[in-house]
Ligand binder design. Structure first.
Ligand code: AQP
Length: 331
């Protein structure tokens, strides 16, 4: 089973990223043959950004992944821009990706609306680069959160269309979206997902938040005017907190509802905060020492890129041959 996933170098990863994606990466590294994880700096440049900051945030993200338990001896961890095969494959796949499909991508609609100076063509083409990231490794499984479902559907379509047009070359990947925690919601606006770029800091818990900040954010989380601790469409805030508590403790959601029957929101929110503090503590404690050694981080990334390139270059060779691009293969 080959596993691949990518994550943006935004540095300050939030609880949604941790539960929806990072936790799955750690779980996947022993199932993956291999498990390949990529920090997607080329995706980050499709919106306004500061070049000086990008490298720093890339190291931050690498250190968070290592602190969370990724082990370079058990997986491949690398920086997207170090493996040029991604960008070449993105261009080649552009030949079988419908413009109309890209037009339907929710993420493009949402993100383009927030760009003040320029809506880049790169932002529009982003899902094709994301397809190249995965298809270059012939991955079977892609661990992601719910918000990436549409992009995974598109990459499946691209792989299918490529194989139909040029012959069986690429693997059609499946998403792996967790049952609980696939969409962690914002604590202040629980009808929308917790996000790096949208909403106030009080609505998102960062993986590296101090205990005090975590308690404050859960203490002021928006709930509703009722009293019952149960899941329901009319109870977005409480439903979100039940999901978070379930993931952090491993206790099923129905059991949590039973355990808190008759108890107040105050006690419940405190229990969620306690659980999340404990859940994130190992990452927060391991992080500073790992982040401090940029030489070691660079070594992890460049070794990872060498291993990644070995796999991706073989796929590229097959894709170029199938498409009739470049020097003909030796006869
Ligand atoms: N709220 C969420 N709940 C569960 N999973 C989530 N993911 C993101 N938000 C949630 C998953 O995290 C992985 C890495 O995401 P990313 O850092 O590459 O960026 P993103 O998907 O664009 O989400 P962000 O971090 O919240 O940024 P913005 O604000 O730009 O949307 C992905 O697998 C994603 O599904």
């Amino acid at each position: 089973m080959r596993i691949f996933s990518g994550i943006q170098p935004t540095g300050r990863k939030h609880l949604g990223n941790y539960i929806g994606a990072i936790r799955q990466y750690v779980e996947g590294q022993d199932r993956g043959d291999p498990a390949v994880f990529c920090i997607v700096d080329l995706h980050a440049i499709t919106v306004a950004y500061d070049p000086k900051e990008l490298r720093e945030r890339l190291y931050d993200t690498t250190a968070i992944l290592l602190a969370a338990g990724l082990d370079p001896a058990r997986c491949i961890l690398f920086r997207q821009s170090d493996v040029h095969e991604h960008t070449e494959l993105a261009w080649l796949l552009g030949a079988v990706c419908a413009h109309g499909d890209l037009n339907r991508m929710h993420q493009f609609k949402d993100k383009s609306a927030t760009q003040r100076e320029l809506v880049s063509a790169g932002l529009f083409f982003y899902p094709v680069l994301q397809a190249a990231d995965v298809l270059a490794y012939r991955a079977d499984e892609v661990p992601v959160g719910e918000d990436q479902r549409q992009h995974i559907e598109l990459m499946r379509e691209i792989a299918r269309r490529f194989n139909e047009r040029f012959g069986e070359t690429l693997v059609v990947p499946d998403h792996r979206i967790p049952e609980i925690g696939a969409k962690v919601m914002d604590l202040q606006e629980p009808e929308r997902k917790m996000s790096t770029t949208v909403g106030a800091d009080s609505g998102r818990v960062y993986v590296l938040d101090e205990e005090k900040a975590i308690r404050k954010k859960f203490g002021s989380a928006v709930t509703d005017s009722g009293r019952e601790i149960r899941r329901g469409e009319d109870k977005a805030g409480i439903t979100n907190l039940i999901g978070i508590l379930s993931v952090a403790t491993g206790v099923p959601e129905a059991q949590i509802e039973a355990d808190f029957e008759g108890k107040g929101y105050g006690d419940f929110k405190k229990a969620v905060a306690d659980a999340v503090v404990e859940f994130l503590a190992p990452v927060r404690e391991a992080y500073p020492e790992i982040r401090a050694d940029e030489g070691a981080l660079e070594l992890v990334l460049s070794n990872g890129a060498d291993r990644a390139r070995e796999i991706a270059s073989r796929t590229l060779e097959d894709v170029r041959t199938a498409m009739g691009v470049g020097v003909p293969p030796a006869r």
